[in-house]
Design a protein around this ligand. Sequence first.
Ligand code: OXD
Ligand code: MN
Length: 591
Amino acid sequence: MVVTKDQPTTNTYLLDWVEEMERLCKPDDVYWVDGSDDENKRLTEKSVSDGVLIPLNQTKRPNSFYSRSNPNDVARVEELTFICTPTKAEAGNTNNWMSPDEAYAKLREISSGAMKGRTMYVIPYIMGTADSPFAMIGVEITDSLYVVLNMRIMARIGKLALDRLGDSSSFNRGMHTVADCDPSRRYICQFPQDDMIWSVGSGYGGNALLGKKCLSLRIASYHGHKQGWLAEHMMLLEAVSPEGETHFIAGAFPSASGKTNLAMLVPPPEFAGWKIRTIGDDIAWMRVGDDGRLYAVNPEAGFFGVAPGTNQHTNPVAMKMLERDCIFTNVALTPDMDVWWEGMDGPTTDLIDWRGKPWKRGSKEPAAHPNSRFTAPMDNNPALSRYAKEPRGVPISAILWGGRRSTTVPLVLEAFNWTHGVYLGATAGAETTAAITGAVGRIRRDPMAMLAFIGYDAGAYFAHWLSMFGRMTHPPKMFLVNWFRKGDDGRYLWPGYGQNMRVLKWIIDRSVGRAGAEETPLGYVPGVADLDLRGIDTSPDAIEGALRIDRAEWEKELEAHGDWFDRLGGTVPDALRLQRRLLLASLKAVS
Ligand code: OXD
Ligand code: MN
């Protein structure tokens, strides 16, 4: 190792690793990212001159840029994501597994010489605020300027991370190269025991911004299991009542099921005086505090959200947040160089679609890719909670498990107790859409919305969730929610979006023992009279339909949970298997 004046650290663990990767990847040069504004300006200019980013209309959307990815590289690739533990059993039945030796050999081979003609960027970063005792430090090596500029929005990067790291060996090593962006040589590998991530062949967000899914969920969940805390795929919001009572709510929903919209909810006019403020929209790390409550932090510094469907009705807060300082990926462009996506307000004329081709209204293909994204700094959110950067997080009153279910699952169902709540999370599912598989309407079980993100065995993960109860004196209540139930005519029964405030209010009231509910064999549901429905223009029939529990549907559902547990294997805790049998027997007893 040779320390030169370009290297902003004397940390030999870091310098040795960077040097090793430099020798392997053979970049033309190595650049250490310092995170300053000045540097950001320079790198942004370079990204424009290199064609990585296209400036948007700077009058309409100041300091905002556009990027188009390789059309073969537009989403996370679960089938190419691996947990590389010494044994397959440690990765469990929900993860792809590769032995560390095999994975390292493959990754070295693909990375060898992969940065010739390119710059290797070294990005030291912190997930969490710089003053948080729970923050995790990572260093991402990448050959993508797009990654550098997005990481700058999504994490705290540069000098502050090196300062916090000092001479410690304790940091996550994240190696990333787009290489030749060949889907047959694309691997997203996590090595939890080595605190290492190695991602090759993709420049897409979740595969390439290594602080997000790879570190803050897969690796962090592994650490959390060992250390007694939870890393979860959850939005976090602050709700303040007109009387000034504050509650914090965490909610796990599968990707693209409205977490961002919920975290930025604007209450309907009948709820004047209520305020919903955002803490996070994707990731929560949760630990038990000294007072026996469960505290959550959002380790991210920005929002990497799905653009299509975002508009003044579904998420006015996001529309405001997106007015400046953002990077948009794979959306469509208007003739005056502004952005557009399906579901956006306003007329569409001739656009350039996400592939760079002319697009006209009425065209069969969408103009924006369905997984097109915005990257927005947290501080742009006009409804950001003042607790969003609280170093020790906020105490949670309720946890929501959500999914997209057109049948069976009521608008909201409160768990009887912690074990039942964990059961509801472990069996939560969502319907597949045509965009994911051919089999539309099949239920994909997505436990705690973490199917793609649990860094170890799913059964052990459930056991860990169950064990957290023993650490708390004031555990949050748990609720299953479903905004997506449909009537016989195929229409949504519940209006969703801002109207979800009515459900949140019931949840808050239940968590402090204030609201009524009906007990069913499956949990507590609100009666129509228990919800605050003042001014809603949804028919009473539709609301009853949204709240209904259909015995026959639930018998089938509980049978399907049994199949799900069988697929997961022998590590599923007895408490959950017995819970299933108890629910089924209770249901049958009253049928
Ligand atoms: C996701 C995301 O895919 O947040 O879940 O990007
Ligand atoms: Mn997500």
